[in-house]
Design a protein around this ligand. Structure first.
Ligand SMILES: O=C(CO)COP(=O)(O)O
Length: 250
């Protein structure tokens, strides 16, 4: 059984004060919820506050990125040991906004993935095709090569905690969600490639989340697909009641 994850990616929104105000409103709305793991991913400046405010609750704070080394002359970066030191046990890796605007590559995602695993941090690796790739019938090829590059030299044992997020770039922030069938088809391709890289059992156990214009109105149809094990929510996770509704309708 794969326990679903509902994660809210706050991107570059919310100061520490706004993050804490969100949690004040949100935590009571989901406090009895045990069916899914619930994550929020604030910016680095808010992460410590969020981690502290969620101690003893069913919500966890997740970093939006990290470096693969423990320390060094890398301005602007945060290391896995630094995340662990503030109690952070989840990280997003290879988000499309990192890939599109900050030259993130799957070679680096692979290094980060290994570092996360070595530090006991659950990695949520993002993959997903551009609209042009979908239109050129290159979705399968793109997803397979992304998964293969991210999972290079990762053993089945290391991939135990792996989570993948399928986020088609054409669905992010556009309001046009992938249909449940289209998403499920992509998840099947991803699961197949995981099986290729790390074995069938790993593929069966890996949670694959869908992301891209998830809202309270479309979450339950998406979650009805056997292949879809949760959601990575952007814009709709910024408002406590909206995100709580997504958690409840999932
Ligand atoms: O990028 C996303 C989550 O990581 C999706 O963003 P939206 O839900 O705003 O489309």
């Amino acid at each position: 059984m794969r326990k679903p994850i509902i994660a809210g990616n706050w991107k570059m929104y919310k100061t520490p004060k706004e993050s804490l105000a969100f949690l004040d409103a949100f935590l009571p709305l989901v406090e009895d919820h045990t069916r899914d793991e619930i994550l929020v991913c604030p910016t680095m400046s808010s992460l410590g506050y969020v981690l502290e405010a969620t101690i003893g609750t069913n919500v966890r704070g997740c970093a939006q990125n990290m470096h693969w080394l423990n320390e060094g002359p890398y301005t602007g970066q945060t290391s896995p040991t630094m995340l662990v030191s503030i109690g952070c046990r989840h990280v997003l890796l290879g988000h499309s906004e990192q890939r599109l605007y900050f030259n993130e590559t799957y070679e680096r995602v692979n290094l980060k993935l290994k570092a996360a695993i070595n530090h006991g941090i659950t990695p949520i690796v993002c993959v997903g095709e551009l609209l042009a790739e979908r239109e050129d019938m290159k979705t399968e090829e793109t997803l397979r090569s992304q998964v293969r590059a991210a999972l290079r030299n990762i053993s089945a044992n290391e991939a135990r905690r792996l989570v993948i997020a399928y986020e088609p770039i054409w669905a992010i922030g556009t309001g046009s969600t992938a249909s449940p069938e289209v998403a499920a088809e992509a998840h099947k391709i991803i699961r197949h490639e995981i099986s290729h890289c790390c074995g069938e059992q790993t593929a069966e156990n890996t949670r694959i989340l869908y992301g891209g214009s998830v809202k309270p109105e479309n979450i339950s149809a998406l979650m009805q697909q056997e292949q879809i094990d949760g959601a990575l929510v952007g814009g709709a996770s910024l408002v406590p009641t909206t995100f709580a509704n997504i958690v409840h309708y999932a």
